[in-house]
Write a protein that binds this ligand. Sequence first.
Ligand code: IPE
Ligand code: IPE
Ligand code: MG
Length: 253
Amino acid sequence: MSSKETSASSLELDPEKIPAHVAVIMDGNGRWARKRLLNRVKGHEQGAETVRRIVRACRELGIRVLTLYAFSTENWERPKAEITALMTLLKKFLESEKAELLENGIRLTTIGETERLPAGVQQALSDVRAATAHLTDMTLNLALSYGGRSELVRMARRVAEKAACGELSPEAVDQDLVADLLYTRGLPDPDLLIRTSGEMRISNFLLWQIAYAEIFVTDTLWPDFSREELIDILKQFQQRERRFGKIKPEDRA
Ligand code: IPE
Ligand code: IPE
Ligand code: MG
């Protein structure tokens, strides 16, 4: 255990059952702002602070991969001013967090149609991705302009292209091949999916990858989400019995 990690057991967590991959639908920034009669952008600013806190907490708890849903393909349909504010915030976040990512051994990766992002954001992303590519303690994976359906369409196109040029036979299409053609190639599937702000839906997030993720929905709005609540969810996660469609050995006749 490195000095950056708190012992999971000191927090009453089983170190053997820390999820390898946690994915989060960070929802509720707008409601947080509305409750305070503030502009939605203030909610996003506060949400960025929560991102900093939660990345730190995950690093400390030994979570290997954290995927954050930051901007969906559908979010492009929001008012232009909100999109611009989100993009500015994202660029600032990347610039201000680069040093901390480097210092903490955190690699930055992205999933989604990042080619649709403004040039300045793309530049900041390439810079931080390249600077942190060699780091192995943790992966911070940002879902940006991400949609699960668009990811599946992109995969199907690649399969069709390979088949059309004779590179691939139908029998060779299996689950490993599909997983290899998704943005998440090389990452383990999420063990734990958290959604803040109480909505019981997936909103086009990681449709393939969450097949067996344990789902937790909390009413807490994302700007109010804390390390303590994350630890509490991890404790509940560790109590869940994951069966993956099988039955417990003691239930066998
Ligand atoms: C999540 O908060 C952030 C993004 C989707 C970019 P929202 O902006 O969706 O907040 P609510 O759902 O309106 O409260
Ligand atoms: C999901 O939240 C997308 C992100 C958190 C980036 P939304 O606020 O966009 O989802 P809906 O509209 O409630 O389904
Ligand atoms: Mg929302």
